[in-house]
Write a protein that binds this ligand. Structure first.
Ligand SMILES: Cc1cc2nc3c(=O)[nH]c(=O)nc-3n(C[C@H](O)[C@H](O)[C@H](O)COP(=O)(O)OP(=O)(O)OC[C@H]3O[C@@H](n4cnc5c(N)ncnc54)[C@H](O)[C@@H]3O)c2cc1C
Ligand SMILES: NC(=O)c1ccc[n+]([C@@H]2O[C@H](COP(=O)([O-])OP(=O)(O)OC[C@H]3O[C@@H](n4cnc5c(N)ncnc54)[C@H](OP(=O)(O)O)[C@@H]3O)[C@@H](O)[C@H]2O)c1
Ligand SMILES: Cc1cc2nc3c(=O)[nH]c(=O)nc-3n(C[C@H](O)[C@H](O)[C@H](O)COP(=O)(O)O)c2cc1C
Length: 541
């Protein structure tokens, strides 16, 4: 029989001391029953590692941390915030929460309904007895909204009575080292003994093969303009060879691409500061290189270009302010079942003027203009477990993907063709002009003709006076769309996050109200239920 020790709440101990004593006594009292060398399942301290994640970083970190915690004797599990209610935290008691921030300071999609439940007037539960700490993932480029989702969750959990056992840590894009320190502190407090330095394996350490830390040098095998004459856009079909890598991917995943700055931009920055391009400087991950090479390959310089230069700035001060050049993610536009040993992307070259100075996006123009065919650049796969086709091949799918948002849906449609999925497929595509901007026109029309694409609705915004957008077409087809949803269709959105994805979400709510005869609250509940069932997924940027 297992003896359960109980230190009463009014005993003169803090929450964490009481939790530790209960755990310790359980271990001593039940030693005979314990498996040699390890805590028995009953005496292991429960630990929930909850994650709010859009593109998979927080999710992957939470899962790796759960494995690490299990190795340290915790009964640890990782769970998405979409599978949790605030009341679950009370049951679990020990909670480490990792969340990213999306949009403009927003919760990631899988954290929205949890966040709403925490803020329901009158019905949000008291969280006394819950011990928690938060690791917030973000990007300092977002300025005032840096790690805002993590900050908001931290404040709200404390307001509801939960006890913060370790201060929140806010991480910029490089988060592995801070995550290790934060988790070691949390383990120390939760276990009541000094935990050795945390050694959560980074993704690279866990993966034997190629990864973000060890990218595969992939050969560029395609760079095809997808817009024709008269277009104001420059969108490219980009292909990389995976030959020699053993790498594979699933549709829905993204590809990370290592890129370089434009040498002309770097030369202009160096000249503006009157630096010697050959002077040797330190690199962000150790080692050194001449300044020009370091700025082309290793540091972000786009923010410096065309700005009023501080000509007398010392090199050391200049280097101190530089951020490491980051790889960029692109939604994968191919199915490996159709294109063996290849991965395809659909990339919009970013070019704009600001204060009369022409600017170009680092990665998109590297791919469009500067990486020659047959040359290589580092790539890695970034899993997107939230953005998957239904396992049930008979399920209908609705895909809304204007502009480069078409990328994952080309991949989905290729995959559904290869797997002979019998479920119906409905695509909403839009761009500026039908004549010049109908990306992947021939392949899409062939799918319509073959009946693989059950329904195609296009929205060309600049072919007429008034703007017609994908959501215009959705609203026009409200009753059919509602019918598909009721038949269990999965609803996917990809593309611009700032405007399009928000407007499409509004249109979806509106359709559920008008065609489904629901109130605004019922429509929100319907959409939340779709998210829970993983029938509403977004890949927006
Ligand atoms: C999960 C995910 C999937 C993605 N999938 C795709 C995809 O399939 N296809 C695709 O093309 N992109 C995709 N992106 C976006 C992609 O990662 C890059 O952000 C994009 O290519 C721009 O990168 P860049 O290096 O060329 O531009 P950067 O050098 O990073 O410059 C972009 C920055 O320039 C500024 N800027 C841009 N336009 C203007 C303007 N008009 N006026 C003023 N400032 C402006 C903004 O600050 C913007 O953040 C995806 C992003 C994510 C996170
Ligand atoms: N900085 C921004 O605010 C912003 C906005 C969009 C895209 N982008 C970036 O620009 C790059 C290229 O984008 P893209 O090729 O994918 O296409 P895109 O610029 O998103 O445009 C695709 C189509 O969507 C239309 N659109 C514009 N606003 C919309 C809205 N609120 N709802 C629905 N549709 C809308 C566009 O119409 P019109 O152009 O005629 O309005 C166009 O027909 C991407 O890197 C993307 O992230 C930036
Ligand atoms: C479209 C987009 C919007 C973002 N918005 C923010 C933001 O407002 N604040 C912030 O700190 N980070 C922002 N980020 C950065 C993410 O939080 C960061 O990349 C994080 O590591 C993503 O983790 P995830 O993959 O678990 O979602 C944004 C990233 C993207 C692509």
């Amino acid at each position: 029989m297992k003896i359960v020790p109980f230190i009463p709440e009014n005993a003169p101990f803090s929450v964490e001391q009481r939790a530790w004593l209960n755990g310790f006594l359980a271990g001593v009292l039940n030693r005979g029953a314990a498996v040699s060398g390890a805590a028995s399942a009953e005496t292991k301290r429960p630990l929930l590692i909850a994650f709010g994640s859009q593109s998979g970083n927080a999710e992957s970190l939470a899962k790796r941390l759960a494995r690490e915690a299990s190795g340290r004797g915790f009964a640890a599990r990782a769970a998405g915030l979409d599978s949790l209610q605030p009341a679950d935290l009370i049951k679990e008691q020990n909670v480490l929460l990792i969340t990213s921030t999306w949009g403009e300071g927003d919760m990631p999609d899988n954290a929205v309904s949890f966040w709403d439940s925490l803020n329901q007037n009158g019905s949000s539960p008291k969280l006394d007895g819950v011990q928690y700490s938060i690791l917030a993932l973000g990007d300092k480029n977002y300025g005032d909204t840096f790690c805002l989702a993590g900050k908001k969750l931290d404040t709200r959990l404390a307001e509801l009575g939960a006890k913060r056992i370790v201060d929140r840590v806010d991480c910029d894009v490089e988060f592995d080292d801070l995550a290790k320190k934060w988790s070691a502190n949390a383990f120390t407090v939760l276990s009541g003994v000094d935990a050795p330095a945390s050694s959560i394996a980074t993704e690279a350490e866990e993966e034997a093969g190629y990864s973000k830390k060890k990218p595969f040098p992939a050969k560029l095998i395609a760079n095809v303009p997808l817009n024709s004459r008269g277009s104001s856009k420059d969108t490219r079909h980009i292909g990389f060879s995976l030959t020699g890598s053993d790498l594979t991917y699933e549709v829905g995943d993204a590809l990370g691409v290592f890129v370089q700055n434009c040498p002309k931009v770097v030369d202009a920055v160096i000249a503006a500061h009157a630096f010697d391009p050959q002077v040797v400087v330190a690199l962000p991950d150790g080692g050194s290189a001449p300044l020009r090479e370091a700025l082309i390959k290793h540091y972000e310089v786009r923010n410096l270009y065309g700005k009023g230069p501080e000509a007398n700035l010392a090199l050391a001060a200049f280097m101190e302010n530089l951020r490491k050049l980051q790889p960029r993610l692109y939604s994968i536009a191919s199915s490996i079942k159709k294109h063996e040993n290849e991965v395809h992307l659909c990339v919009a070259a970013v070019r704009y003027s600001s204060d009369g100075v022409p600017h170009k996006g680092v990665a998109s123009t590297f791919l469009a203009d500067r990486l020659p065919l047959d040359a290589t650049t580092g790539i890695y796969f970034h899993a997107a477990n939230h953005f998957r086709l239904p396992a049930d091949l008979t399920r209908p799918v609705i895909m809304v993907g204007p502009g480069t948002g078409i990328a994952p849906f080309r991949a989905f449609l290729e995959e559904r063709e290869a797997t002979q999925a019998s479920g119906n497929n409905w695509l909403f595509f839009g761009d500026q002009k039908r004549a010049s901007d109908f990306l992947y026109h021939d392949q899409i029309i062939e799918w319509v003709q073959k009946g693989h694409l059950t329904r195609l609705d296009t929205a060309f915004s600049r072919d007429q006076e008034e703007k017609i957008y994908v959501q215009t077409r959705m609203l026009q087809a409200a009753s059919e769309l509602w019918q598909w949803l009721e038949e269990g269709a999965h609803f996917y959105v990809c593309g611009d996050a700032k405007r399009m994805a928000k407007d499409v979400d509004d249109a979806l709510h509106s359709i559920i109200q008008t065609a489904g005869g629901k109130t605004a609250e019922e429509a929100s509940a319907y959409v939340n239920q779709m998210k829970k069932e993983k029938r509403y997924a977004r890949d927006v940027y």
